[in-house]
Write a protein that binds this ligand. Sequence first.
Ligand SMILES: [Zn+2]
Length: 168
Amino acid sequence: MQNCPHCGKENPETDAYCYACGHILPSALPVALRSTTKLEEVYESLEPRRRWGTAYFDQRTKLRLTFRDTNETLLIDVPHQIVLGRRGEDPTPNAADVDLTPYRALETGVSRRHLEIIREHDTVTVIDLNSANGTFLNGQKLMANEPRILRDNDELRLGRLVIRVSFS
Ligand SMILES: [Zn+2]
């Protein structure tokens, strides 16, 4: 195992990027740099796209959601944090920011406040908000309220609503 230099979580020895925060892991550095005592400076010197790999997402990046069953797409900004879900007829003050109702959210079991997306450190993380039917990232069920890094070309499933995510 190796520890992520950014968030400290344990990752498998062979992985290149942290599963939790997206930061590059020691094993992905060139061998010559791995042994240096100034690893912190090495990380700082990496350009963001290298440091975060396919998780790199800056303030100019938009999130493109493609709904598998209808092939419709939705382009959204992630200013800091947004909530995906269903707003319904009479939205409450803490209703979802992005309403998925037009994309068959009710029929596919999406909760009113289903998934939170947070952008920080040039990455985005997704957090299942204890939804009734759960969230799956690339087929793996997310634990409620536990942030996971989102990467370009990941597949999200909210209840039975399957969404292909791309960064553009
Ligand atoms: Zn990490």
